[in-house]
Write a protein that binds this ligand. Structure first.
Ligand code: SAM
Ligand code: SF4
Ligand code: SF4
Length: 339
């Protein structure tokens, strides 16, 4: 397995299959208009699978499909089947907003998808309508229930907690997850591209979350070390486990084995990276797998990215990119790079 300048392996790949979305979460897509990736630049399933295969040959074992909203990509189960046929990719997962999950869960499972994470930040349909401009709350809950019934190896819930939006739902969300046998992971609000309304004051930190949970539900114990996984895990006295992804106040770049490929084949070595490597151009120009592997290995060997740690150390931290910079290069958007 190859390592970067800090010895971090190239272990997991997030593949964004589309930059389109059927929601408009206030922390990700708050603006009125977006510049989309040109249709002709979007990689086919065969191209995405080939890229995943090259990463697997360099040691990657995990692939997570994301977006935009990945379930908007027609026949996504076909891509899942291609990836599932690669034994090296032992861990195949999906992050989705859940709206279309009820209708697709069975086909995705049959195709070989192992794990699903559904993003849901509020139990109140009217909040979803206001904050994410979606009236599909019931569809998301139905998607979660369908995923549970389908027999995935794990179904998780991701909730971004933001002051003044859903910080009064920290405990109800945990109870909702516990009642359904799901593991909840709280995500700190990040100042990534797209989060044009971000402010430090709106971040509900890991420390705030733990204090709120302990006040309501009693002592919280840390669970054993997480390795390269982003979530730190905790347990309540009744055995309920939950995670916190504290990318904003306690980043974990030191163990980061993740990189991401956008739907147009731009490879980003960090969520915060300003520029990526174009894999589409060589792919479509006839590069062999060995050529692609050499390009990727050479770039990874030079990787020094620690984006979230750099942001934490930035005095007067504000938004990462103003709207004009996002419009100038939509690959800076969170909904393009996939979270
Ligand atoms: N549309 C899918 C979904 O929402 O699950 C997949 C893509 S979305 C970009 C991936 C994850 O990024 C979601 O869990 C979402 O909540 C998270 N996310 C987006 N913007 C964020 C921000 N500013 N801070 C923290 N998490 C964010
Ligand atoms: Fe929300 Fe995911 Fe869509 Fe972003 S990509 S607006 S987080 S549903
Ligand atoms: Fe990895 Fe970059 Fe996220 Fe740090 S900020 S954990 S280096 S992707």
């Amino acid at each position: 397995m190859i390592g970067d300048r800090f010895g971090r392996p190239l272990g997991s790949l997030r593949l964004s299959v589309t930059d389109r979305c059927n929601m408009r979460c206030g922390y990700c897509m708050p603006n009125e208009n977006y510049v989309w990736l040109p249709r002709s630049s979007i990689l086919s399933f065969e191209e995405l699978d080939r890229i995943a295969g090259v990463f697997a040959s360099l040691g990657a074992r995990k692939v997570r499909l994301t977006g935009g909203e990945p379930l908007l990509r027609h026949d996504l189960d076909r891509l899942v089947a291609l990836l599932a046929a690669r034994p090296a990719l032992a861990d195949l997962a999906l992050t989705t907003n859940g709206i279309l999950l009820a209708e697709q869960a069975a086909a995705l499972r049959r195709a070989g998808l192992r794990r699903v994470t559904v993003s849901l930040d509020t139990l109140r349909p009217e909040r979803l309508r206001e904050f994410a401009r979606s009236d599909r709350h019931a569809a998301i809950v139905a998607g979660l229930d369908a995923a549970r019934a389908t027999g995935f190896e794990s179904v998780k819930l991701n909730s971004v907690i933001i002051r003044g939006y859903n910080d009064d739902e920290v405990v109800p969300l945990l109870e909702f997850a516990r009642d359904r046998g799901l593991e909840l992971r709280y995500i700190e609000y990040m100042d990534v591209g797209g989060a044009t309304r971000w402010s430090r004051a709106d971040v509900v930190s890991r420390a705030d979350l733990l204090a709120t949970i302990e006040r309501a539900l009693g002592p919280v114990e840390p669970e054993p070390s997480r390795g390269a996984a982003p979530a730190e895990r905790f347990r309540l006295a009744d055995g309920t486990s939950f995670g916190i992804i504290a990318s904003t106040t306690a980043p974990f770049c030191g163990d980061c084995d993740r990189s991401r490929v956008t739907a147009d084949g731009t490879w980003l070595l960090c969520l915060y990276a300003d520029r990526g490597f174009d894999l589409r151009e060589p792919l479509r120009a006839g590069a062999s797998d060995a050529d692609l592997a050499a390009l990727i290995a050479a770039a990874w060997a030079e990787r020094t990215d620690r984006g979230a740690e750099v942001r934490l150390a930035t005095p007067g931290r504000g938004v990462l990119h103003p709207i004009e910079r996002l419009k100038a290069d939509p690959r800076r958007e969170m909904h393009t790079r996939g979270g």
